[in-house]
Design a protein around this ligand. Structure first.
Ligand code: DC
Length: 242
């Protein structure tokens, strides 16, 4: 297990609740500094999809555990995008539904699922300099990462961002979205295994009243301070957080 041994190369972890801007910022940070981006939430989502395809309920840990050996997850670059493959099938779009988001949260409570994905997350990150994004990457996956971020935002602000993403034709109200976000927060912070919490040594950034560009700049400043040999490149323009 690499958690206490020195890491062979730089690893950055980014944790936080749903909707705090983790995805956009993690991906953009990784692209800007030339690190591999590892979206651990996508792995939980793909597993929830695998269970659904096999007609296994998300709360049935013994059936899920039996399914795990047949689950093969990979990230590939297609048309400049990093996409997740489940058993050699591109499922990047299929895992991005609200239903699979609920499934990912449900399967993530099971220790066997977490252990299975933990091994793969560490293996992927040990291939080269990486940015890992998720709920426990700085607390459990790489507690010895040299740089950790925790991105947060109020539930109201996160609901507003989600509503903007859904567009003017959305049938879901702001109140409903905020309630869904609060329910997901409760599930993620109150589970027994690897609950969402801010690592003690993380740089916590509340993104509620900051522009995406300001958050990215804070993250880049911290990254260049921690890894001074990284070549400094101008940050790309960032307009939306999701
Ligand atoms: O970041 P996301 O919405 O794609 O994550 C979906 C769910 O997966 C989230 O509600 C909890 C779970 N998850 C987790 O438990 N640990 C992680 N490192 C990443 C995601």
């Amino acid at each position: 297990m690499p958690t206490t041994s020195p890491l062979p190369h730089p690893i950055i972890t980014i944790d936080g609740p749903a909707g705090a801007g983790k995805s956009t910022l993690s991906r953009t940070l990784a692209e800007t500094i030339g690190f591999t981006y590892i979206d651990t939430g996508a792995m939980f989502r793909a597993l929830a999809l695998a269970a659904q395809q096999a007609h296994i309920p998300w709360d049935d840990e013994s059936q899920l555990a039996a399914l795990l050996p047949s689950v093969h997850l990979q990230f590939h670059h297609t048309h400049g995008q990093r996409r997740i493959f489940l058993n050699h099938q591109d499922v990047e779009d299929a895992i991005r539904t609200p239903e699979i988001g609920i499934g990912a949260s449900a399967v993530s409570v099971h220790p066997s699922v977490r252990t299975f994905l933990l091994v793969q997350q560490r293996h992927l990150a040990l291939q080269g300099p990486s940015v890992l994004e998720g709920r426990d990457t700085g607390t459990v996956v790489f507690p010895n990462a040299p740089l950790k971020f925790y991105l947060d935002a109020s539930a109201h602000e996160r609901a507003l961002r989600r509503l903007r993403q859904l567009g003017p034709n959305s049938s879901t109200s702001l109140k409903e979205i905020q309630q869904q976000i609060e329910a997901r927060d409760r599930a993620d912070t109150q589970r027994t295994h690897a609950p969402l919490r801010c690592p003690q040594d993380a740089l916590r950034i509340d993104t509620s009243s900051l522009s995406p560009q300001q958050v990215l700049q804070q993250m880049l400043d911290a990254t260049y301070a921690r890894f001074p040999s990284l070549p400094k490149v101008p940050p790309p323009p960032l307009h939306e957080l999701h």
